[in-house]
Design a protein around this ligand. Structure first.
Ligand SMILES: [Zn+2]
Length: 506
């Protein structure tokens, strides 16, 4: 007897179809698994055999072959356990083949027949929808995640028997219903710009960075409020669009970070790894590739507090993905691509003791200060578009009562500016000013004669490199967009220059 069950695998953060075929024929009793399988998949043999027996089925003493196709893509993980068991049961005549048609099956099997959670269910269900599948049988622990996708019925099962009874129509399971969340889009942990006092320059830098999705570096004494400012970023960035939410949630699904009752993410991610993070944890990889912090921050913010304390190697590993907006990991059994379209935000002290430029309190030598700053390489610094000084609050700021402008008001300006950019770049493959290439710079950042002459003088005086020049133009474009001005004026350029890091880095 031959049977076939439809299942899915994961590569990067994309699902792909897998056909699980079972054949039972007379001959020497063997149980063979084929189809380019990793170790975990081959171990499924024992789990499936024991689970079937413990659920009361007589395991056939025949020649059994299970094949997972296509044979040219490596299969990993424990999610094929349940489809293998279903295919076997169908070949044994325990499940009616009609029930299996057009149904996707995924899940890990425990020895007692319970069905366990697996990673990556969300992108699998997205792939199922693309392939026109209307019904997915998934582990109960993954039901909420699967139900994030509209148009596919999610049948949640907690053990093998439930799945069999459902397919045979003896005990039908109702499709899982998604719990509607209010999706209020407010900040985590109560972060809000209304609690940030003073810091006019830093607030402005933060807003411009959010408007053009520019990378931001904050330099200032410990306790000046750098992390507080960074944490406000998700509250001033627009919420994720429906498509982005599926994409970001997919990364978390593959990383195994979506909880049982998780909802589709609507706030942009804010990921803040400790400075002892390894380069693999930062950019992703490992022998069984997984997304790293940079991909978990996709469409959001990667915040590196104490940026100078990160290992040089880890920081340098960020350069390529910042450029490509994705990570490509090559293994001899395949290539994995993880998205990494992020806004990089760094915070660091101005010197080892943290007191500079307060000469009276700073105990560092000029040499030690320069050495400290040089922990960030020039090429990495070149990628930080906006650099701001964050000063300790003066007494007047501390004692002032009343709240500052709230995040919600700033967010309105950010959303308006994003809209201007979305129209400008429609169909060009980019979304924001920070992503413009040199050709686009020429097209969208043309300066009038008088402004150009003035700018040339500034560049010469400040000894700014070609990359620095492009960076200033992009930031100026964003500032002009905030003003809703088509043309970049001198005031926009002057402000962009003031955020250039060559000043702070000396
Ligand atoms: Zn110092």
């Amino acid at each position: 007897m031959f049977s076939k069950v439809l299942s899915f695998g994961i590569r990067g953060i994309e699902g792909f179809c897998v056909n699980v075929e079972a054949d039972i024929s007379d001959g020497m009793p063997v149980f063979e698994l084929v189809g380019y399988l990793s170790g975990e998949v081959r171990e499924a043999r024992e789990r499936v055999r024991t689970a079937l027996r413990n659920c009361g089925y007589d395991f056939p003493v025949k020649r059994i072959t299970l094949n997972l196709s296509p044979g040219n893509i490596r299969k990993q993980g424990t999610g094929y356990d349940l489809p293998m068991a279903m295919a076997l049961l169908a070949a044994m005549g325990e499940i009616e083949a009609d029930g299996l048609a057009g149904t996707m099956v995924i899940g890990e099997l425990k020895l007692n027949g319970e069905v366990g959670r697996i990673d990556g269910v969300l992108p699998m269900v997205i792939c199922a929808r693309k392939s026109g599948i209307k019904r997915c049988i998934v582990p109960a622990g993954n039901a909420a995640e699967g139900a994030m996708v509209d148009g596919v019925d999610i049948i949640a099962v907690s053990d093998l028997k439930q799945a069999v009874d459902h397919l045979n129509g003896t005990a039908l399971i109702k499709p899982y219903e998604r719990k509607e969340s209010p999706g209020n889009g407010t900040g985590k942990e109560g972060a809000d710009l209304k609690y940030v006092r003073g810091q006019a320059m830093a607030r402005r830098g933060l807003e411009i960075a959010a408007c053009g999705m520019h990378n931001l570096l904050m330099v200032g004494a410990p306790g000046a409020g750098k992390s507080m400012l960074a944490k406000c970023l998700p509250t001033i960035l627009p919420p994720l669009t429906g498509e982005e939410a599926l994409e970001v949630s997919s990364v978390y699904s593959v990383a195994g970070l979506l909880g049982e009752d998780s909802e589709l993410m609507d706030l942009r991610p804010f990921v803040s790894p400790h400075h002892t993070v390894t380069d693999i944890a930062m950019i992703g990889g490992g022998s069984y590739p997984r997304p790293g912090n940079i991909s978990l921050a996709h469409r959001g913010v990667l915040f590196l507090d104490e940026m100078a304390e990160f290992s040089r190697y880890t920081l340098e590993a960020l350069r390529q993905p910042l450029e490509d907006r994705k990570i490509t990991i090559n293994r001899n059994y395949g290539t994995y691509v993880y998205p990494a379209d992020i806004m990089l935000v760094g915070a660091m002290n101005p010197c080892p003791c943290g007191a500079y430029p307060d000469i009276a309190r700073c105990s560092c030598t000029e040499t030690s200060r320069r050495k400290y700053m040089s922990r960030l390489s020039r090429p990495l610094l070149d990628r930080m578009d906006i650099c701001v000084d964050v000063h300790r609050l003066g007494y007047e700021d501390m004692m002032s009562t009343g709240e500052a402008e709230p995040s919600s008001a700033v967010r309105e300006r950010v959303i308006r500016t994003h809209r201007i950019q979305n129209e400008r770049f429609a169909g060009s493959g980019i979304l924001f000013n920070s992503q413009m290439d040199s050709k686009m710079l020429g097209r969208y950042c043309a300066l009038s004669g008088e402004v150009r002459d003035w700018f040339a003088g500034v560049l010469k005086q400040m000894d700014i490199s070609a990359r620095g020049y492009g960076k200033i133009l992009k930031v100026a474009r964003t500032i002009a967009d905030i003003d809703e001005r088509e043309e970049i004026g001198r005031e926009h350029l002057a402000e962009a220059v003031s955020f250039n890091n060559s000043q702070i880095m000396g």
